[in-house]
Ligand binder design. Structure first.
Ligand SMILES: Nc1ncnc2c1ncn2[C@@H]1O[C@H](COP(=O)(O)OP(=O)(O)O)[C@@H](O)[C@H]1O
Ligand SMILES: O=P(O)(O)OC[C@H]1O[C@](O)(COP(=O)(O)O)[C@@H](O)[C@@H]1O
Length: 306
């Protein structure tokens, strides 16, 4: 079974404002709400691509009920721990001349609730896939992803981590199957400027030397680069289209990559489906539909650099 983990899910409130100004009343011309958080986005795209999976994490309050109900309506399986104190956060995504995001805090997770979550992780068995996506809420230990990976270390479980900075760097010693920082996160991790494909490849390979098996660097409209466990390097083109809402493009790429890999056992095909899924989401208001991903997949060209 595939499990996704969203420690801090969100309701994504996506709004369009002609010209956003601070210190003023801004009126919205368009508004949408979606169940969000990186792992939940991965769950949704995996399911669209016919990969049964279970979403794990923590939810709380009336906003948490919305998440659970939305997932049920979409026929998605979940096993969230219900947190007593606080409420699942609301993340505001403002589309104006620029994209601005205001992400909420999330509920207060107690020791006991965390232990309940660990009991769920204990049920995973050899052959399972575990996708750890997104930030760790401030009420939890920032080494939580490490603790989860340590817990499953002696089981044959492929772990994928999509997180930033130290959260990602600290798990490399547990040899995650795949990590997917974007190019900005990669630059931030090494405190460098990335000015060329060679620079991106250099630092992606560093992450591999530090323990990751496969390193996927997404670069928005500039495509993606993959360094595989065999030290092959692939570059992917992007689909053409008009960006509507790029929230969730990275998560869609992770889901598409895993679905493609499980179907074909080929990193090239995994990257192709990942790039098509990311693009299809960037060109959609909500996350991509299966039909749209299928339409874009043949547009993606994969070049083997090495
Ligand atoms: N404007 C775009 N045009 C085409 N494809 C895109 C666009 N934005 C994102 N994608 C696809 O989605 C992938 C992930 O997007 P990216 O923005 O890098 O992720 P993240 O949300 O993690 O920052 C990209 O590598 C690309 O394949
Ligand atoms: O655009 P991305 O990086 O794929 O992820 C988008 C998702 O991440 C979030 O911005 C939350 O991110 P964090 O968990 O890192 O705070 C959600 O609101 C949104 O659904």
């Amino acid at each position: 079974m595939i499990y996704t983990v969203t420690l801090n899910p969100s309701i994504d409130y996506v709004i369009k404002v002609d010209k956003l100004t601070t210190g003023n009343i801004n009126r919205v011309n368009e508004e949408h709400v979606y169940p969000g958080g990186k792992g939940i986005n991965v769950t949704r795209i995996l399911k669209s691509l016919d990969n049964d999976n279970i979403a794990l994490g923590f939810v709380s309050g009336f906003t948490g009920d919305y998440i659970i109900n939305s997932l049920q309506e979409l026929n998605l399986k979940s096993d969230f721990i219900k947190v007593k104190e606080g409420f699942t956060r609301i993340n505001v995504k403002v589309k104006s001349e620029e994209e601005t995001e205001i992400n909420g805090q999330g509920p207060k997770i107690s020791e006991e609730e965390l232990n309940q979550f660990y009991k769920v992780i204990d049920k995973l068995v050899d052959g399972d896939i575990l996708i750890l996506s997104g930030s760790i809420p401030s009420c939890l230990d920032e080494r939580l992803y490490e603790s989860i990976m340590k817990k499953v270390e002696d089981r044959d479980i492929k772990v994928i981590v999509d997180a930033t900075k130290n959260l990602l760097l600290n798990v490399l010693k547990y040899k995650p199957f795949l990590i997917k920082p974007n190019n900005h996160e990669l630059a931030e991790m090494f405190n460098v400027e990335l000015n060329s494909t060679e620079d991106v490849v250099f630092y992606a390979r560093k992450l591999k030397e530090m323990g990751a098996q496969n390193v996927l660097i997404s670069m928005g409209k500039d495509g993606a680069l993959l360094v595989t466990e065999n030290d092959e390097i692939f570059a992917s083109s992007v689909a053409k289209g008009e960006v509507v809402n790029s929230v969730g493009a990275g998560d869609s790429m992770v889901a598409g990559f895993i679905a493609g890999y499980l179907k074909s056992n080929s990193y090239e095909e995994a990257l192709r489906l990942g790039a098509a899924s990311g693009g299809a989401t960037a060109f959609s208001s909500d996350l991509a539909t299966r039909e749209f991903i299928d339409k874009l997949v043949d547009e993606i060209k994969i070049e083997k650099i090495k």
